[in-house]
Ligand binder design. Structure first.
Ligand SMILES: Nc1ncnc2c1ncn2[C@@H]1O[C@H](COP(=O)(O)OP(=O)(O)OP(=O)(O)O)[C@@H](O)[C@H]1O
Length: 625
C-alpha cells in the first residue's frame, strides 16, 4: 500500500553539498559505508535509550543489529537496522533540509577553492548524503519505533535536486537504505570488499554488523547465512592490553568522523566510589568550527553501555573542547539530562579528573617533538584560554605552552621549561615581549639590551597573549616579566636607578616639556643599545592588544600615557642635547616619539603631521646629498 506521494526540492544548500561531496571525496569513496553504518549504530543507540521509557518497543525484536545485503544482478547494496527509525516528518526534516547544525556552518565556511573545501568536508561528518558518492539513486524505507506498520515511509532521490516521500507499509521497525550503485561503483556488491571496509572502519561498532553470504550448502545453491563482520563490543569496556593500536585508531575515526589517525589517546578505568571509564583522543587537526560558540564539543556519554548523549560538554572544560572520545559512567542515573549534569557533584569530580588526565596525556605527547608541534599548531591558541580559565591547573597548562623567542625564532619552539633550563637559577625571571606580529616583536628596540647581555626573551604575537599573560605571573618559582614594562631589572644591574645621575640630564627635561601632553615621563634608559628611544608601559597599564580588544567589545578604556625612555649614549641624543634652536628641537622630539610608537606597531596620534616632518627631513637630506 502506498499513498500521499509528494515530490520536494532539496534546499539549495543540499544540492551544493552533494555536488561538492561527490567530486571531492572520490578517492575516499568507501567512507560512505562507515557513515551509513554509523548512522545505523546511532539509531540503535537511540532505540536502547528510548526503550528505557518504552520497554514494549523492544519486545518483538529485542536485539539491535545492522545488516548488509547485496544484489549483484540489480547492482544494489542495502544497509538496514532495527533501531529507532524515522517518521515521515523526520525523514523530510533529516534527509531533505539542512536545518541540522553542522551543515549550515560547514557551508558558511566554504571558500570556493576546491582543494581547501575537500579538506573541510573531510573534517565535517559527511553523513547520510555520502550515499550519493556511490549511488545514483537512494531509497530509504523507515518505520519509527512505537508506530504501526502502516505509518512507514519511503524516501527516494537521485541526488539531483529533488526527493520524493510517500507513506507505505513497512513491516519492521527501523531503517533500510538501498543504494542503486553507480556504474563505476558496482564493485561494492563484492562481499569480500565490504567485509574489509567494515573491519577497517566499523569493527568497534557496539552492535553486530551482519552480512548475508552463501551458506556453502551444495544442495541449495542460493542458501545464505548471516556472517557477523565486526567484534561488536564496546571497545572502551575491553582491557587495554587486549586492544591493538589499529583498533584504537579505528574507533577514533568512528567517534570523530575523521579520516586521519589521532595524535594520541588515553584509555582509563577508574574504580571505587565513582566508577567510570574514559577513552580520550587528541585529533590531528582542528575542526573548522573550533572557534564557533555553538560548535559541538565534548564527549559521548554512556551509562552502563547505553548511549545517553553526544557532545556531553560537562565532562571537560571549554579550553579542552577539541578532545574527542567516550566517557562511560555506570553510576549516573540513566535518565540523566544535560541540566542535571551541569551541577551534579559526581560529574564535577569526573570532569576534574578527566582534565588532569588530558593535561598528562599532552605532557606525554610533548616528548614527541614532531607530534607535539602538530598539536601546538592546531590547538595551541585554545589551550592558552586555559591559563585564564583554569586556575587549578595553571602551572600544568603553562608547562604545555610553546613560544618563539629571541634566540629561537621558530614559532612554537620554546617551552617555559626550556627557557628555565637555559636561563639557570641565578635570575629567577622569565622575560617576554608582546608584539603585533612576530617580526615586530623580533625587531623591537626593547630587545637590544637583552641581546647585548645574552638574555633570552619569549616573543608573543597572538591576540590572546596579552590577556593570557595577565594570569600567568609565575611559573615554578620564576616570575614572568614583560620586557617592555616598568623599569627593567636585569641581571648585573646593580646601580640604584633612583639615584642614577643620568636622570638629571637637561635633555630629558627639555623633551619632557615638549612632549608633556603625550607622555607620562621621559627618562634615561639602560634598555637600548642601537636605538635612540622607546616607549615603556607602566607596570599596571593596559597594553595595546588589550586596549584594542576592550575597544572592540565596546568597553570603556582608561586613558593612559606611555613613558618615553631615551638612550643618552646614542649619537642622536648627544646631538640633540647640544641643539639650541627650540623649534628644531621640538620637531625632532616629536619625531622621536612617533618613531617609538611605530616601532611598537602603533600609529602616531597625527600621522599626517608625522609624514610632513619626515618629508622635511628627507628634503633636508636630499639637499645635502
Ligand atoms: N539509519 C537511521 N535511522 C534513524 N535515523 C537516521 C538514520 N540515518 C540518518 N538518520 C537521521 O538523519 C539525520 C541526518 O543524518 P546525517 O548522517 O546526514 O547527519 P548526522 O548523523 O546528524 O551527522 P553526522 O553524520 O555528520 O554525524 C540523523 O541525525 C538522524 O536523525
Amino acid at each position: 500500500m502506498s499513498s500521499d506521494r509528494e515530490t520536494r526540492g532539496f534546499q539549495a544548500e543540499v544540492s551544493r553539498l552533494l555536488h561538492l561531496m561527490i567530486h571531492s571525496l572520490y578517492s575516499n569513496r568507501e567512507i560512505f559505508l562507515r557513515e551509513l553504518v554509523s548512522n545505523a549504530s546511532d539509531a540503535c543507540d537511540k532505540l536502547r535509550f528510548a526503550a528505557l521509557d518504552h520497554p514494549e518497543w523492544l519486545e518483538e525484536d529485542p536485539e539491535p543489529a545492522i545488516d548488509l545485503a547485496v544484489d549483484a544482478d540489480a547492482g544494489t547494496l542495502t544497509i538496514s537496522d532495527n533501531g529507532i527509525g524515522m517518521s515521515r516528518e523526520e525523514v523530510v526534516e533529516n534527509l531533505g533540509t539542512i536545518a541540522r547544525s553542522g551543515t549550515e556552518k560547514f557551508l558558511a565556511s566554504l571558500t570556493g577553492d576546491q582543494k581547501k573545501d575537500a579538506q573541510l568536508i573531510g573534517q565535517f561528518g559527511v553523513g547520510f548524503y555520502s550515499a550519493f558518492i556511490v549511488a545514483d539513486k537512494v531509497t530509504v524505507e523507515s518505520r519509527r519505533a512505537g508506530e504501526s506498520a502502516e505509518q512507514g515511509v519511503r524516501w527516494e532521490s537521485d541526488g539531483q535536486g529533488e526527493f520524493s516521500v510517500e507513506t507505505l507499509t513497512v513491516p519492521r521497525r527501523g531503517t533500510r537504505i538501498t543504494l542503486h550503485l553507480r556504474d563505476d561503483a558496482k564493485d561494492f556488491v563484492d562481499t569480500g570488499k565490504l567485509r574489509g571496509i567494515v573491519r577497517q572502519y566499523s569493527d568497534h561498532v557496539a552492535f553486530p554488523i551482519r552480512m548475508a553470504v552463501p551458506s556453502g550448502d551444495e544442495k541449495e545453491e542460493d542458501a545464505t547465512k548471516l556472517e557477523t563482520l565486526n567484534s561488536a563490543t564496546a571497545l572502551w569496556q575491553r582491557p587495554r592490553q587486549e586492544i591493538s593500536d589499529d583498533e584504537y585508531k579505528s574507533f577514533y575515526r568512528h567517534v570523530s568522523h575523521d579520516f586521519q589517525d589521532p595524535l594520541t589517546w588515553s584509555h582509563n578505568r577508574v574504580e571505587g566510589n565513582l566508577e567510570y571509564t574514559s577513552l580520550l583522543y587528541v585529533p590531528p587537526r582542528a575542526p573548522f568550527d573550533l572557534y564557533h560558540r555553538e560548535a559541538s564539543r565534548g564527549l559521548k556519554l554512556y551509562v552502563q553501555r547505553v548511549f545517553i548523549m553526544d557532545d556531553a560538554e560537562q565532562f571537560l572544560p571549554l579550553y579542552l573542547r577539541f578532545i574527542k572520545g567516550v566517557v562511560d559512567a555506570p553510576g549516573l542515573p540513566l535518565n540523566v539530562s544535560r541540566e542535571l549534569l551541569q551541577d551534579y557533584g559526581p560529574v564535577r569530580k569526573i570532569r576534574a579528573a578527566l582534565t588532569k588526565r588530558v593535561l598528562q596525556m599532552l605532557r606525554k605527547l610533548s616528548g614527541d617533538q614532531e607530534a607535539y608541534a602538530t598539536f601546538w599548531q592546531q590547538f595551541g591558541q585554545v589551550l592558552k584560554e586555559g591559563i585564564g580559565e583554569d586556575g587549578d591547573n595553571r602551572e600544568a597548562i603553562a608547562g604545555l605552552l610553546r613560544f618563539a623567542s629571541s634566540t629561537s625564532p621558530t614559532p612554537g619552539s620554546v617551552g617555559l621549561d626550556d627557557y628555565i633550563e637555559r636561563a639557570g637559577e641565578e635570575n629567577k625571571r622569565i622575560y617576554y615581549l608582546l608584539g603585533d606580529s612576530l617580526s615586530a616583536a623580533q625587531n623591537s628596540p626593547h630587545l637590544e639590551v637583552f641581546r647585548k647581555k645574552g638574555v633570552e626573551v619569549l616573543l608573543l604575537a597572538e591576540r590572546v597573549d596579552e590577556w593570557m599573560m595577565g594570569f600567568l605571573t609565575e611559573y615554578k618559582g620564576y616570575t614572568l616579566v614583560n620586557a617592555a614594562r616598568g623599569e627593567l631589572d636585569m641581571p648585573g644591574d646593580d646601580d640604584d636607578k633612583a639615584e642614577d645621575p643620568r636622570q638629571d640630564a637637561p635633555v630629558l627635561g627639555r623633551l619632557g616639556e615638549v612632549l608633556n601632553e603625550q607622555v607620562e615621563a621621559v627618562r634615561a634608559t639602560a634598555r637600548l643599545v642601537e636605538s635612540p628611544a622607546c616607549l615603556v608601559l607602566g607596570a599596571d597599564e593596559l597594553g595595546p592588544q588589550m586596549r584594542m580588544m576592550l575597544e572592540a567589545a565596546g568597553q570603556p578604556v582608561p586613558e593612559s600615557k606611555p613613558t618615553l625612555e631615551v638612550n643618552l649614549s646614542h649619537p642622536l641624543m648627544q646631538r640633540m642635547a647640544e641643539l639650541e634652536d627650540g623649534d628644531t628641537f621640538a620637531e625632532l622630539a616629536q619625531l622621536l616619539l612617533d618613531q617609538a610608537l611605530l616601532a611598537e606597531g602603533q600609529l602616531p596620534k597625527d600621522p599626517a603631521a608625522t609624514a610632513r616632518r619626515l618629508n622635511q627631513l628627507l628634503q633636508d637630506r636630499a639637499e645635502r646629498a
